[in-house]
Design a protein around this ligand. Structure first.
Ligand code: BYC
Length: 356
């Protein structure tokens, strides 16, 4: 999609809920008329959200809704793209052709997820160049999890099982997000994430049932990835700046702590089946709550990673900037090709038709 073609769509268009409300305008330009217009637009927006229908790009939406979505979706897109790096680290060293083919497909899927999401953010009026600029200059975040290193082959399994597992837990509810393009992108992404999670689980199972050294390697990877995976869900509810409003707008359907608990409850029996332990002595079933209790998360570590001081923050951003620079010729070539087809050869081909 051309970034230049995308403008913030702040006006309702015919056939949408917000446009219906805009149709109820009073005298154009008059102050009381403007106030009524805004109230009607807000009413239509609120009604759409309350009815569990989708807000679409050309519908009127509050500025804060637009900027919250732009922030979350952009950071989600950045996470997918940066998230290619830790696993790509192992493509050339995968232990078999089968494992290499699977890992390449997974990393390519992540590039695809980033692209669906960047396209979805563009429908809110911010172009891809501006989004990438914010990532490269550190003004927008990406998921904390990708600032940890993949030290052994077993880490590829742990990332698939735990990181993709956490991502699915977070993203399945996003398929019902109130913003249509995000919800639709998430449906497709979640299908692919399920494959990713299963490949990680299957890889870890093979190692766990392998030699003693392979089992130990799998356990070590799970020990290192468990706590950072729990941090993926964001700060505790009491410290989550955006949750309350995002839930009221039905962007988020569950709080950070609810999803974290759901993830823990899912993982414990899976770890048992894998024959691997989880590195938390406080992990215990609580009959009364109907959930597992778990130990406290090191939020100082989380904040440090967000502040840029994780083990790989610098490496990840430098690699991303380098990849962007090295891809300049590809973007230039694609733009030249698009220009040629909109003005030159393409236009010439259309002439006879136009004359007919
Ligand atoms: N890492 O008020 P809160 C994948 C920030 S990739 C970094 O709770 P919110 C995969 C948060 O942004 C999947 N930052 O925020 C790819 C906010 O800061 P700003 C990635 C975090 O938005 C490749 C501040 O902390 N998934 O699956 O209501 C290979 C306060 O937080 C994190 C998504 O992006 C974090 N973990 O809730 C394998 C899902 N947590 O923006 C796998 C979509 C919080 O004000 N995103 N922050 O500067 C979401 O669901 C929500 O944005 C979050 C946070 C749950 C992450």
């Amino acid at each position: 999609m051309s970034t230049a073609a995308v403008q913030p769509a702040t006006q309702g268009v015919p056939g949408t809920a917000a446009a219906g409300a805009a149709g109820a305008q009073e005298g154009p330009g008059s102050a009381p008329g403007r106030a009524t217009d805004t109230a009607a637009l807000e009413g239509a927006f609120d009604a759409t959200v309350a009815a569990d229908e989708r807000i679409e790009p050309r519908d009127w939406m509050p500025d804060a809704y637009r900027s919250t979505l732009t922030r979350q979706m952009a950071q989600h897109a950045h996470s997918e793209i940066i998230g290619m790096q830790p696993e790509a680290n192992w493509i050339a060293r995968a232990p078999s052709l089968r494992r290499k083919a699977i890992l390449m497909a997974k990393v390519q899927d992540e590039a695809g997820h980033g692209l669906y999401l960047y396209s979805a953010v563009e429908t809110l009026g911010t172009g891809r160049d501006a989004l990438l600029d914010k990532l490269h200059s550190g003004r927008q975040k990406y998921s904390s999890i990708f600032n940890y290193p993949t030290l052994t082959w077993a880490d590829v399994g742990a990332v698939g099982w735990l990181v993709d597992g956490a991502a699915i837990t977070n993203q399945v509810p996003l398929c019902r997000c109130s913003y249509g393009p995000y919800a639709r992108a998430m449906i497709r992404i979640c299908k692919e994430e399920s494959f990713h999670q299963r490949q990680g689980y299957e890889l870890l199972l093979a190692l766990s049932r392998g030699t003693e050294a392979q089992h130990a390697m799998a356990q070590d990877a799970v020990n290192r990835w468990w706590w950072p995976s729990l941090m993926m869900f964001g700060p505790p509810d009491g410290e989550s700046a955006h949750s309350a409003q995002s839930m009221a707008w039905k962007i988020k359907r569950h709080s950070n702590d609810e999803l974290r608990q759901r993830f823990v409850d899912t993982c414990v029996p899976q770890a048992d089946s894998l024959g691997l332990g989880l590195p938390d002595p406080d992990l215990v079933w609580n009959e009364q709550r109907g959930h597992y209790d778990f130990g406290s998360i090191d939020w100082t570590e989380f904040r440090e990673v967000l502040a840029g001081n994780g083990p790989c923050n610098e490496q990840r951003l430098n690699q991303r900037r380098r990849a962007h620079e090295e891809g300049t010729w590809v973007r230039d070539a694609a733009a030249a090709h698009a220009r040629k087809h909109s003005t030159g050869a393409g236009a010439a081909r259309q002439e006879p038709e136009a004359m007919a």
